[in-house]
Design a protein around this ligand. Structure first.
Ligand SMILES: *Cc1c(COP(=O)(O)O)cnc(C)c1O
Length: 395
């Protein structure tokens, strides 16, 4: 159950499903059928595999952090280098899969929202490559804050729609993109950016991401002759985490930890620790852990890493928490900034602020884990974050 598909209604245990109007359920089921039709065909697997190798640059290396490990004086720290992928993060793995599926289904436009622009850039690249029109909805405030990513999307041929309603940020961009999608869901494809949303997206996005763990398991064994003692990954919606975890879920001796952002502290409203402090509810077409108020409305969330501030989380993570296979921990903004600097100084690798949450947890526990090996998913590179960090640290 942990590594397999969800049940026929799209549930992992009590989580997942399709909390949607009947018409949209039909469309989701069409997408699932199309996915099952092509996923094991020679043509699809060959094309995806070639693009993964020659376009994304897979396999990404597993790297042993010698200096950082020495400095911490306990466990050996290893990184799965998803930061080295084309476009700088793990997101290209599922965007490519989604773009290929949309083209296979004859869709005329791929749509999505983006916050900081990372999902938008990865999707724009995948759509340029596959040759399908791409439309990205983005809050006006984010458009102003993330000018380089807006330029990247435009250069790669995507249409960027600035959203001027409400808070003019991610939440309104989601509503705007979804409204556009509802104008013609037969012909449009809504490319969800993580292992969230209605079935089949949590399963499909996971399947496109599980290459991360399949590679890492083999690479790690070749390097060390053993499996890691512990895996660590940051969790926003949960795609990079489930991507690393899936290949190891049946390895009972491998401890698995997902790290959520506790922001300014779990005792403040400024965090996005959904699995740590949330409760089961319904959000964006799925049942999952949600940070919600008494009425079931999602609470405002916050993280220093914009890729992690989501009030829900993937249904499979909700299930893995429930059955105790994965432990979910937290790291604060300050932990994250410290880890960001430590990896930069000791290894010459600037991590994304999102990934720095996973690093922060490993840095915390490594000194007490002498003789053990920790494998961290370095989900993205930090180039996008350096201006912000320089300001924070007064560099
Ligand atoms: C978007 C993003 C994340 C968070 O998304 P998940 O679906 O939880 O993986 C993490 N790391 C990076 C670098 C990102 O861009």
């Amino acid at each position: 159950m942990t590594t397999d598909s969800p049940n026929s209604e799209g549930f992992f245990g009590e989580f997942g499903g399709q909390y949607l109007p009947e018409e949209l359920k039909q469309i989701m089921n069409d997408i699932y059928r199309a996915y099952l039709d092509i996923r094991d065909t020679e043509a699809f697997t060959t094309e995806l595999h070639e693009l993964q190798n020659h376009y994304v640059g897979r396999p990404s290396p597993v790297y042993f952090c010698r200096r950082l490990s020495q400095h911490l004086g306990g466990a050996e720290i290893y990184l799965k280098r998803e930061d080295l992928n084309h476009t700088g993060a793990h997101k290209i793995n599922h965007c490519l899969g989604e773009a290929l599926l949309a083209r296979h289904m004859g869709k005329t436009k791929v749509l999505a929202e983006t916050g900081a622009g990372q999902h938008g850039v990865a999707l724009a690249a995948a759509c340029a490559l596959v040759g399908i029109p791409c439309e990205i909805h983005m809050g006006e405030i984010d458009v102003a804050k993330q000018a380089p990513n807006v330029l990247r999307m435009k250069l790669m041929g995507a249409t960027v729609i600035p959203v001027s309603r409400g808070t003019r940020t991610l939440k309104d961009a989601v509503d705007s993109a979804f409204e556009e999608y509802l104008r013609d869901p037969q012909n449009f494809f809504y490319a969800i950016g993580s292992v969230v949303g209605p079935h089949p997206f949590p399963q499909m996005v996971r399947d496109f991401q599980k290459i991360v763990g399949i590679e890492a398991r083999k690479q790690f064994q070749e390097m060390t002759g053993a499996l890691p003692d512990q895996l660590v990954a940051c969790v926003g919606g949960g795609s990079n985490a489930i991507g690393l975890f899936t290949a190891f879920l049946d390895d009972q001796d491998v401890a698995i930890v997902g790290v959520e952002p506790s922001g300014l502290g779990l005792d403040t409203p400024d965090h996005a620790a959904t699995l740590t402090l949330g409760s089961p509810g319904v959000l964006h077409g799925m049942r999952c852990y949600v940070l919600q108020d008494e009425q079931g409305e999602p609470l405002p969330v916050y993280s220093i890493a914009s890729g992690l501030d989501y009030p829900g989380v993937g249904p499979q993570h909700s299930y893995l928490k429930e059955i105790g296979r994965v432990r979910y921990e937290t790291a604060t903004d300050q932990d994250c900034l410290d880890a960001f600097q430590m990896l930069s100084r000791y290894e010459g690798i600037i991590p994304a602020l999102e990934s720095s949450h996973a690093l922060a947890y490993a840095i915390r526990v490594a000194p007490q884990m002498a003789g053990k090996r920790i494998l961290i998913n370095l989900s993205g590179r930090g180039d996008k974050d350096i201006d912000f960090v320089a300001e924070k640290l007064k560099l």
